[in-house]
Design a protein around this ligand. Sequence first.
Ligand SMILES: Nc1ncnc2c1ncn2[C@@H]1O[C@H](COP(=O)(O)OP(=O)(O)OP(=O)(O)O)[C@@H](O)[C@H]1O
Ligand SMILES: [Mg+2]
Length: 247
Amino acid sequence: MDRVKTTIPGFEEMIKGGLPSSETYALIGPPGIGKTIFGLQFLYGGIKLGENGVCVTLDEATESLLETGKSFNWDFERFIGEEKLIFLDSSPYKGFHEDEYFIHSEDSVLGMPVFNTNNLIKNIVEAVKKVKARRLFLDCVTMIELQNREPFSLRTDLLGLKRALKSLNVTTILSFEAKNGQVLDYMGFEAYISDGVIILGRKDLGDRKVRYIEVLKMRHTSHIEEKRQFRITNEGIIIYPEKGPFL
Ligand SMILES: Nc1ncnc2c1ncn2[C@@H]1O[C@H](COP(=O)(O)OP(=O)(O)OP(=O)(O)O)[C@@H](O)[C@H]1O
Ligand SMILES: [Mg+2]
């Protein structure tokens, strides 16, 4: 089985060498835990290995993501210039301020354009083909969920996206916000339709908190069953090789 290196120090060891390739993974966690950084690190490390990427942003503006990258010395702008990476800014604000309603339908909720998931998929596939991407990070699905008033159509839309990306041999990470900040409250359909589920969380130690990562599910491979502590350093996320004293 082909595996994709996340390039996040300590993560490969948790899943026996890397993510089974061409599958879709859910990355779930509360605010500020490191979901976006995890996804950007996965894309950046991939390009350095010769695997191009697409970052679909539905929430934070591209400029903000580039700024996050800079704080870790990840020069995304160079990779964009070299046509190895595309940031597909698909946040609803874009359609609100500009003429480009390219992923939105004519429908609106409270004056805001509604996601048209078919258009979104079409644009993602186009971007993937353009840079021959092998990796994709979509941040975050919760934005689509909030507008999708019918759970069945959201589930079928995501299955459509997943199948399209699999047929293009793209390994995908989809981020999801943990509901009410509680990871365990958030075991909805996304955990079932994804090929793997990675949880990021915090443990409260009274005077401080520590971050942890956990693999809840990983199809086609074994993985460790324990939580591992991680830190966000000036080089990005680093996962401790052992459980650590605080978990
Ligand atoms: N350059 C940096 N060095 C160290 N830590 C950083 C740096 N930049 C951000 N952080 C930490 O990472 C956190 C933000 O991480 P990130 O944006 O990935 O979270 P998130 O899970 O995507 O949150 P949200 O759900 O709000 O989008 C910050 O709150 C801060 O603690
Ligand atoms: Mg984020």
